[in-house]
Design a protein around this ligand. Sequence first.
Ligand SMILES: Cc1cc2nc3c(=O)[nH]c(=O)nc-3n(C[C@H](O)[C@H](O)[C@H](O)COP(=O)(O)OP(=O)(O)OC[C@H]3O[C@@H](n4cnc5c(N)ncnc54)[C@H](O)[C@@H]3O)c2cc1C
Length: 287
Amino acid sequence: MHPASFGYEAPASLEEVFGLLRQHGEDAKLLAGGHSLLPAMKLRLTQPEVLIDLGRIPGLSGIRQDGDTLIIGALTTHTEVSASETVRNLLPGLADTASVIGDLQVRNRGTMGGSVAHADPGADLPVTLTALNASFMLTSAEGGRTVAADDFFVDFFTTALEPHEILTAIHIPLPAAPTRTSYAKLPHPASGYVVVSAAAALTLDGSGACTGARVVLGGVGGTPHRATGTETALNGQALTPEVIAAAAERAADGIDPHADSYADEEYKRHMAAVYARRAIEAAAARA
Ligand SMILES: Cc1cc2nc3c(=O)[nH]c(=O)nc-3n(C[C@H](O)[C@H](O)[C@H](O)COP(=O)(O)OP(=O)(O)OC[C@H]3O[C@@H](n4cnc5c(N)ncnc54)[C@H](O)[C@@H]3O)c2cc1C
């Protein structure tokens, strides 16, 4: 299918973007990698009158460490994240997540900012970024604000972003104590999107006991789901196979997964426990 006709703007600065957003209001859509927006336009699920291409604006992409924070620009591609030595060293679970998104073409064009702003319930990065306690920098003509991942994802395809705001960067805290991260995904065999996935970020003390756990599920609702029962069961414990297995069994506590044409609720609940266990095991095994 072809999209409905639309105008195209390629501003060179954020100020120009703000002016265009003021001019066109909700008739405009921001364009990053286009790998979610253009398919939706072709299906006529959305018909913006104007696309505002963020691709020529300097400073919106790149990966850098600033003290105890890893900062990733919104236009940084999935390939750049998965290939980054910095990300591989500091947060290998994030690099792993970016490396299993779609195919090479999708990873070469798709961006971190586009993925989280789109908030597809089958997307990978929102799950891991929630486990990593990331924050999102939202900028508008009026100034900026920071929204934590726990508050950013509101519902299916819905985030805390206002129509006049741009997501400019993602900030990920780097804890002082060693933190081990991982991501485990059951992909849909046709689309590659998440059926069920789990991300784990485990902080361990010198004795190997878990002093902080964030375990997050994908594919079980409209937004990433914190498996708080699992987190509680890990906290303060040495990560033995028995502790991990018992904690993972609690991953599905309180979830009411949405069924789809591929997986029913019971299957998703079962897979939530399986993939939570795999993610925790993989994180625990990381040096
Ligand atoms: C064949 C295929 C397979 C895929 N498989 C997967 C997969 O397995 N896992 C997965 O997670 N994803 C998958 N994707 C989606 C892919 O990761 C997209 O790249 C991503 O979801 C959107 O990023 P984008 O840069 O392409 O954003 P766009 O498509 O350009 O934009 C998406 C939405 O976000 C908004 N937006 C973009 N950037 C910003 C910003 N900086 N601030 C505010 N709003 C913004 C746009 O206005 C639009 O509404 C797949 C896509 C395709 C086409």
